[in-house]
Design a protein around this ligand. Structure first.
Ligand SMILES: Nc1nc2c(ncn2[C@@H]2O[C@H](COP(=O)(O)OP(=O)(O)OP(=O)(O)O)[C@@H](O)[C@H]2O)c(=O)[nH]1
Length: 797
């Protein structure tokens, strides 16, 4: 048997790992401790390759002790199916160096072949005997002591030295651990080789036992352990094997029988009793043994509980790391979608399942170790798991918050698009739904055992929803006010127009009555709708003030429209006309020369001018109809509605505007006056009846001449016939038009010629009179009339 060169250990390990041993195969042996007393770094890999890493406590460790070349390796190979090197018969020299280990074939057993230290080379390295005994006792359940039959009874023999070492070491390891130490028993299985049979096994066992007691008693024990017996720590068992060379078949049969004691749990003499187990989980064996050897090597006191605790810490950390790695790999893919704002379905379920999986993995492997360490490390792992999951939960909360807020906003905005919605109800329902969804999502994301809460985020969400709801409500209120305002404008337009067209002293009363009634209805409409908005008193007051102001402004706009220069002048003209051109019965007047046009004109004009001050200010006769609104500065809530001075809005025309209107109207009235005068002149210029009589007298001769002259008479008849035809064919109208057009043109041409010839002044039309009068504002009415009369007379001539 040879040790592995250092450089090749890794390569070998890999090769061995690659060729994973099946459960039934023995696997390759490994030199755990080499000649240089170095512990192999590959043991863990070998244990894995033997398929024992996952065995937990379901494995056993057995070591063999004995003199060199006493057939230990041979025995182990037979018993466990291992492949330890066996000495070549022809050389007879030591083959096993250090400590080797191999897995038993078809059994979860780690078999240790320990270098024999007695005999020729015992003096060379007595130190190793003690160390290997310590190492084997700390890790094995069963020590097979291989002994030749002929050596029994030889108290001074090499075996006895070895056994003394074993007892001393055991006392050091377990002696001072009280009942716990005694419960940690080890089986010493003495295999008596080349048992001839002449001395019965029982006698041999008795002799051996006596020797062992003698050795035990000879140990220098601390006073507190003085009364301890060998059997307090060891179980002893004895078996004999026939000579391998002389009785090979019997030897093989006995070995096979002995093998059964290692295999069959149900047997009473089953070797691996639970009490012997060192309770080191299989996956920690390599590390544990390494720690033990390190302590042994450095000659430090080997404190097994500390070693087990250290092992537990190391392994629990390793197991936690593996569990955490797998857990992190599961959680990692979700980090990105959460960071990019997605709400993940069933995140809590996934997180809980990853956590449980990780803890289950940890528990499965780590719970076999020192319980105190295991629980502490489990706590640490849970903290780490929660720390990894925490950001996911917080991210999910944030995303749920964002989603709820966006949904709320969308639902409210869409809800108010339709008709017949109840804003308050809409907000309440949407708030309830989205807050509910947030809470459900948050609850789903909670992981047991954490101190995570979602209340803070929920409070924040509630606040933000309230802000949005307030904003929407403000928008809706504005919309509603605008709608009410439009309706109000429509409703007041016609009645106000009618009232303003009826220029009576109570005109403003009618206007303001309409206004007040309509505003009253609008206010009532607002208040009904505002109820569902959950508006505060303050908001309602502000909105109503806005509504009143807007209504007033609408009224004022209508008044302005109806009192624009054109409209007001039209109204004045129409009033004047009614009074001047129509009599009391509403019949148009035909002025006669005897009529007192001047007086009628003055009366109508003055009455009309009285309307200007009436229109100039919004002032009802009935003071109870007066409206009063706060001006700017009176109400802070109306800020942003533009400048407003209520008193100023009552004034329709300023003083100067009134003067201007009066002047304009006077000019129009003057034109009517001129027109009236002219109508008298035209009636005066009619031809008197006596002229017609004179014409008959003077034209009698010509008439007789025509009647009695056949040619003239024929012409007359033709003319009459033509006239008859024209009448019959309805051509009078068209003929008249043509004649008038020709006549008009001839007259125009003639007039122009005459004007040119005489350079006579032209008759002023009412329009030109008006234009010229615009430069004569300070002329008195009488002067103007005298001049106008002169013009009219001239025109008549
Ligand atoms: N007489 C006798 N010889 C045996 C028996 N078993 C094995 N041998 C022989 O003893 C020699 C030593 O065998 P090993 O199995 O190598 O002995 P070992 O104790 O492992 O030797 P080291 O590892 O060098 O200490 C071999 O030549 C075997 O053939 C036995 O039961 N009786």
């Amino acid at each position: 048997m040879s040790s592995l060169p250092n450089g090749t250990t890794k390569a070998l390990t890999n090769a061995v790992l690659a060729a994973q041993t099946t459960n039934d195969a023995a696997g390759a042996p490994v030199q755990v401790i080499n000649e240089e007393k170095k512990f192999t770094p590959d043991l863990s890999g070998y244990i894995s390759s033997w398929g024992l890493a996952e065995a937990g406590f379901n494995y056993d460790v057995v070591a063999v002790f004995g003199s060199q070349s006493t057939g230990k390796s041979t025995l182990l190979n037979r018993l466990f199916g291992t492949s330890f090197d066996v000495m070549d018969e022809t050389h007879r020299r030591q083959t096993t160096k250090g400590i080797w280990m191999c897995r038993g074939k078809g059994m979860n057993v780690m078999v240790m072949d320990v270098e024999g230290t007695d005999g020729r080379e015992r003096g060379e390295d007595q130190d190793f005997e003690r160390k290997s005994a310590l190492f084997s006792l700390a890790s094995s359940e069963v020590l097979i002591v291989n002994i030749w039959e002929h050596q029994i009874g030889l108290y001074q023999g090499a075996n006895m030295g070895l056994l003394k070492t074993v007892f001393e070491v055991n006392l050091g390891l377990f002696g001072n651990r009280g009942s716990e130490g005694m419960s940690q028993r080890t089986l010493l299985l003495f295999v008596i080789r080349d048992h001839v049979g002449s001395t019965p096994l029982a006698n041999l066992a008795q002799t051996l036992q006596a020797d062992l007691t003698k050795i035990w008693d000879s140990l220098s024990k601390p006073p507190e352990l003085a009364d301890r017996h060998l059997t307090d720590y060891f179980d002893l068992s004895f078996t004999g094997l026939p000579h391998k060379v002389l009785l090979p078949e019997k030897f093989e049969a006995e070995v096979a029988e002995l093998r059964k004691r290692f295999l069959h749990r149900e047997r009473d003499d089953y070797v691996f009793k639970p009490a012997y187990h060192k309770r080191i989980p299989a996956d920690g064996v390599a590390h544990y043994m390494e720690g033990i050897w390190e302590q042994v090597q450095t000659n430090k006191d080997l404190d097994l509980p500390t070693q087990q605790e250290l092992l537990a810490q190391f392994r629990c950390d390793e197991i936690a790391t593996v569990a955490l790695e797998q857990f992190t790999a599961q959680a990692k893919p979700l980090r990105k979608p959460i960071e990019s704002g997605h709400v993940l379905e069933a995140l809590g379920k996934s997180m809980r399942s990853w956590k449980n999986e990780a803890l289950a993995r940890f528990d499965r492997d780590a719970s076999r170790y020192h319980q105190g360490v295991y629980h502490r490390k489990r706590g640490d792992l849970v903290v780490q798991l929660h720390a990894t999951l925490g950001p996911l939960f917080l991210g999910q909360l944030k995303n749920l918050h964002k989603l709820a807020l966006a949904n709320f906003k969308r639902e409210v905005v869409e809800g108010v698009k339709g008709d017949g919605y109840d804003f308050g109800e809409l907000v309440r329902k949407s708030r309830e739904k989205n807050e509910g969804e947030f809470v459900a999502g948050a609850l789903e994301g909670l992981v047991e055992g954490t101190d995570w809460t979602y209340e803070e985020e929920l409070d924040l969400l509630r606040q933000e929803i309230t802000v949005i709801a307030d904003q929407c409500r403000a928008d809706e209120t504005k919309k509603m006010i605008n709608h009410i305002e439009r309706t109000l404008k429509r409703q007041i337009a016609e009645p106000i127009e009618l009232a303003l067209n009826k220029a009576v002293p109570t005109m403003w009363d009618s206007v303001l009555r309409v206004f007040t009634d309509t505003l009253g209805k609008a206010t009532a409409t607002y208040l009904i709708k505002a109820k569902s908005f959950n508006c505060t008193e303050e908001e309602n007051t502000a909105s109503l003030n806005i509504l009143r102001r807007r209504a007033w402004q609408a009224l004022r706009a209508k008044v302005d429209e109806q009192t624009s220069d054109t409209s007001i002048l039209a109204k004045l003209r129409s009033t004047f006309e009614d009074r001047f051109r129509y009599d009391e019965n509403g019949v148009p007047r035909v002025w006669k020369p005897d009529d007192d046009i001047d007086a009628a004109f003055r009366k109508a004009r003055d009455q009309t001018l009285e309307l200007v001050p009436l229109y100039a200010k919004i002032q009802p006769v009935d003071t109870s109809l007066e409206v009063s609104l706060p001006s700017d500065g009176g109400d802070e809530l109306l800020a942003g509605e533009g400048e407003f001075d209520f008193a100023a809005t009552l004034v329709v025309f300023s003083e100067s505007k009134q003067v201007d209107l009066v002047a304009k109207f006077r000019r129009d009235a003057d034109a009517y006056y001129v027109e009236a005068k002219r109508s008298i002149v035209s009636s005066v210029s009619q031809i008197p009846m006596w002229i017609y009589a004179l014409l008959v007298v003077l034209g009698w001769n010509e008439a007789v001449a025509i009647l009695f002259n056949p040619i003239y008479f024929a012409v007359l008849l033709t003319t009459l016939a033509s006239a008859y035809m024209i009448v019959k064919l309805h051509l009078v109208g068209p003929l008249m038009n043509i004649t008038q057009a020709i006549g008009g043109e001839v007259r125009r041409q003639a007039t122009n010629r005459l004007r040119e010839h005489f350079s006579e002044p032209q008759l002023a039309s009412p329009v030109t009179v008006r234009n010229r009068d615009s430069t004569r504002s300070d002329d008195t009415d009488d002067e103007f009339r005298v001049r106008t009369e002169r013009n009219v007379t001239f025109a008549a001539q």
